[in-house]
Design a protein around this ligand. Structure first.
Ligand code: PGA
Length: 253
């Protein structure tokens, strides 16, 4: 099964609007013409989506959000709904990033509801999961990731799960400069695919893209992306530097 790789940038809470426009322009100008074998996704702060999606509407880059509300609409101050994201041409949204889990106490039931909110407006959810250092050191990483996947995707039909992208991001690798080795990442990706295969069948599991995230840099990207079950990356820090992000994209094509 050949799955098209995705290189997704998660900008987190960095950059002003003018800096964001410049960075996207720089990335866009350097993108190879032929991106047939990889997709480039960027999740800027949601505030910038209307400007970036209209300014770069002819570009290969797809834009999305870093989070979404589980609600369709209503009195939820500060929240952004799927319909709002859809109306500014967002193509995807991250859900369940470890920083949302840690600082906003999001759990897999809530994250599961966010996945359905995104799907209701044809926005691709990028479901982030991964264990903490303590969970890995106590050898619980497979159990934890299995729980995360089965809880958040509990109500997803076979048709829905094929519209989801999964990002395995070990918490101990995010923003630390410590990457999972290619073997550790491949082992977990294959495990995630086997969980999906048990529930949905191998042929559906084979179509689902599973990205790796956590300190992906130009010098480790090729090895990670050459693993059979790693279908690209979710890139934080290195996506804020055009040359690094481009080098990472180039290692996926
Ligand atoms: P990092 O972040 O690449 O800076 O480790 C990844 C992420 O948080 O998605």
């Amino acid at each position: 099964m050949s799955r098209k790789k995705i290189i997704a940038g998660n900008w987190k809470m960095f950059k002003t609007l003018s800096e964001a426009e410049l960075l996207v322009a720089e990335i866009n100008n350097k993108l190879l013409q032929n991106l047939a074998s990889a997709e480039v996704w960027i999740a800027p702060p949601a505030l910038y989506l209307p400007t970036l999606t209209s300014q770069f509407s002819g570009s290969e880059i797809q834009f999305g959000a870093q989070d979404i509300s589980k609600h369709q609409q209503g009195a939820y101050t500060g929240e952004i709904s799927a319909m709002m994201l859809q109306s500014v041409m967002a193509k995807f949204t991250l859900v369940g990033h470890s920083e949302r889990r840690q600082y906003h106490h999001e759990d897999d039931v809530l994250i599961g509801a966010k996945i359905h909110a995104a799907l209701s407006q044809s926005i691709t959810p990028v479901y982030c999961c991964g264990e903490t250092l303590q969970e890995r050191n106590s050898n619980n990483h497979f159990v934890i990731v299995e729980q995360q996947i089965t809880t958040a995707l509990a109500n997803c039909s076979a048709e829905q799960v094929q519209q989801i992208v999964i990002a395995y991001e070990p918490v101990w690798a995010i923003g630390t400069g410590v990457t999972a080795s290619a073997e550790q990442a491949q082992e977990m990706h294959a495990f995630i695919r086997s969980i999906l295969a048990q529930k949905y069948g191998a042929s559906i599991a084979d179509t689902i893209r599973i990205l790796y995230g956590g300190s992906v840099k130009p010098n480790n990207a090729s090895e990670l992306f050459s693993q059979p079950d790693i279908d690209g990356g979710l890139i934080g820090g290195a996506s804020l530097v055009a040359a690094d992000f481009i080098a990472i994209i180039e290692s996926a094509i």
